[in-house]
Design a protein around this ligand. Structure first.
Ligand SMILES: [Zn+2]
Ligand SMILES: [Zn+2]
Length: 138
Protein backbone atom coordinates (compact mmCIF):
# COMPACT_ATOMS: atom_id res chain seq x y z
CA UNK A 1 0.00 0.00 0.00
CA UNK A 2 1.14 3.49 -0.80
CA UNK A 3 2.46 5.50 2.14
CA UNK A 4 1.68 9.16 2.73
CA UNK A 5 3.72 11.21 5.19
CA UNK A 6 3.19 14.59 6.77
CA UNK A 7 4.37 16.83 9.58
CA UNK A 8 3.61 19.98 11.51
CA UNK A 9 5.19 23.35 10.75
CA UNK A 10 8.18 22.96 13.12
CA UNK A 11 8.79 19.27 12.40
CA UNK A 12 8.39 17.99 15.99
CA UNK A 13 5.47 15.74 14.98
CA UNK A 14 5.35 13.42 11.99
CA UNK A 15 2.76 10.92 10.83
CA UNK A 16 2.17 8.34 8.16
CA UNK A 17 -0.92 6.78 6.64
CA UNK A 18 -1.24 3.88 4.26
CA UNK A 19 -3.54 3.27 1.33
CA UNK A 20 -6.26 5.33 -0.30
CA UNK A 21 -8.40 7.76 1.72
CA UNK A 22 -12.14 7.09 2.01
CA UNK A 23 -12.95 10.73 1.19
CA UNK A 24 -11.42 14.17 0.73
CA UNK A 25 -13.48 17.19 1.70
CA UNK A 26 -13.55 20.95 2.08
CA UNK A 27 -15.33 21.58 5.42
CA UNK A 28 -16.73 25.07 6.01
CA UNK A 29 -18.07 24.52 9.56
CA UNK A 30 -17.39 27.25 12.12
CA UNK A 31 -14.91 25.09 14.10
CA UNK A 32 -12.84 24.47 10.97
CA UNK A 33 -12.81 28.19 10.23
CA UNK A 34 -11.50 28.93 13.74
CA UNK A 35 -8.87 26.21 13.55
CA UNK A 36 -7.51 27.17 10.17
CA UNK A 37 -7.99 30.93 10.22
CA UNK A 38 -9.55 30.43 6.81
CA UNK A 39 -12.90 29.68 5.18
CA UNK A 40 -12.37 25.91 5.24
CA UNK A 41 -10.43 22.84 6.33
CA UNK A 42 -9.15 20.48 3.63
CA UNK A 43 -9.56 17.07 5.25
CA UNK A 44 -8.33 13.73 3.91
CA UNK A 45 -10.40 11.00 5.57
CA UNK A 46 -8.30 7.98 6.53
CA UNK A 47 -9.48 4.90 8.46
CA UNK A 48 -8.07 5.20 11.99
CA UNK A 49 -6.24 1.87 11.73
CA UNK A 50 -4.27 3.09 8.69
CA UNK A 51 -2.90 6.17 10.47
CA UNK A 52 0.07 6.41 12.87
CA UNK A 53 2.16 9.12 14.43
CA UNK A 54 5.81 8.31 13.69
CA UNK A 55 7.61 11.12 15.55
CA UNK A 56 6.78 13.16 18.65
CA UNK A 57 3.62 13.20 20.74
CA UNK A 58 0.76 15.47 19.68
CA UNK A 59 -1.43 17.43 22.09
CA UNK A 60 -5.19 16.82 21.98
CA UNK A 61 -8.17 19.15 21.99
CA UNK A 62 -11.57 17.41 22.22
CA UNK A 63 -15.03 18.74 21.49
CA UNK A 64 -18.42 17.10 21.03
CA UNK A 65 -19.42 16.92 17.36
CA UNK A 66 -22.91 17.21 15.85
CA UNK A 67 -23.27 13.45 16.33
CA UNK A 68 -22.88 13.80 20.09
CA UNK A 69 -19.62 11.85 19.83
CA UNK A 70 -16.16 13.29 20.39
CA UNK A 71 -13.95 14.93 17.81
CA UNK A 72 -10.32 14.80 18.96
CA UNK A 73 -7.96 17.29 17.34
CA UNK A 74 -4.28 16.31 17.37
CA UNK A 75 -1.96 19.29 17.21
CA UNK A 76 1.66 20.22 17.83
CA UNK A 77 2.14 21.81 21.26
CA UNK A 78 5.13 23.74 19.94
CA UNK A 79 3.97 25.27 16.64
CA UNK A 80 0.18 24.68 17.04
CA UNK A 81 -0.33 23.06 13.62
CA UNK A 82 -3.41 20.82 13.67
CA UNK A 83 -2.44 17.55 11.99
CA UNK A 84 -5.72 15.67 12.10
CA UNK A 85 -9.12 15.43 13.71
CA UNK A 86 -10.18 12.01 14.93
CA UNK A 87 -13.90 11.61 14.14
CA UNK A 88 -14.77 8.96 16.73
CA UNK A 89 -18.31 8.34 15.40
CA UNK A 90 -16.87 7.28 12.01
CA UNK A 91 -13.61 5.70 13.24
CA UNK A 92 -11.57 7.79 10.83
CA UNK A 93 -9.10 10.64 11.00
CA UNK A 94 -9.64 13.80 8.99
CA UNK A 95 -6.01 14.51 8.11
CA UNK A 96 -5.03 18.09 7.30
CA UNK A 97 -4.16 18.06 3.60
CA UNK A 98 -1.87 21.06 4.09
CA UNK A 99 0.30 19.03 6.50
CA UNK A 100 0.98 16.33 3.90
CA UNK A 101 4.40 16.36 2.32
CA UNK A 102 3.09 15.64 -1.18
CA UNK A 103 -0.63 16.18 -1.34
CA UNK A 104 -1.93 14.59 -4.55
CA UNK A 105 -5.56 14.62 -3.43
CA UNK A 106 -8.25 17.05 -4.50
CA UNK A 107 -11.59 17.77 -2.78
CA UNK A 108 -14.50 15.49 -3.74
CA UNK A 109 -17.18 17.45 -1.87
CA UNK A 110 -17.77 20.67 0.06
CA UNK A 111 -19.60 20.15 3.38
CA UNK A 112 -21.20 22.44 5.97
CA UNK A 113 -21.47 25.12 3.30
CA UNK A 114 -24.45 26.62 5.21
CA UNK A 115 -21.89 27.79 7.82
CA UNK A 116 -19.48 29.26 5.27
CA UNK A 117 -18.63 32.97 5.51
CA UNK A 118 -19.91 35.30 2.78
CA UNK A 119 -16.39 35.54 1.33
CA UNK A 120 -15.87 31.76 1.12
CA UNK A 121 -14.46 30.27 -2.07
CA UNK A 122 -15.92 27.05 -3.46
CA UNK A 123 -14.19 24.84 -6.04
CA UNK A 124 -16.01 24.42 -9.35
CA UNK A 125 -17.64 21.10 -10.24
CA UNK A 126 -17.46 19.83 -6.64
CA UNK A 127 -20.82 18.96 -5.02
CA UNK A 128 -21.90 21.18 -2.13
CA UNK A 129 -23.84 20.06 0.93
CA UNK A 130 -25.47 22.33 3.54
CA UNK A 131 -24.21 20.04 6.30
CA UNK A 132 -23.32 16.44 5.46
CA UNK A 133 -24.47 14.37 2.47
CA UNK A 134 -27.39 12.03 3.25
CA UNK A 135 -26.19 8.82 4.88
CA UNK A 136 -22.89 10.23 6.11
CA UNK A 137 -24.09 10.51 9.70
CA UNK A 138 -22.18 13.35 11.23
ZN1 LIG B 1 5.25 21.60 15.38
ZN1 LIG C 1 -15.49 21.36 9.83
Amino acid sequence: MEEHIGSCCCGDIEYCFKGDPINSIFCYCSECQSLTGSDKWFGIWVPKDNFNFTKGAPSTYSRVGDSGKKVNYQFCGNCSTTLCAEITVGKFNSVSATSLKNNKFSPKMSIYTSSAPSWALFPENVPKFDILPPGMGG
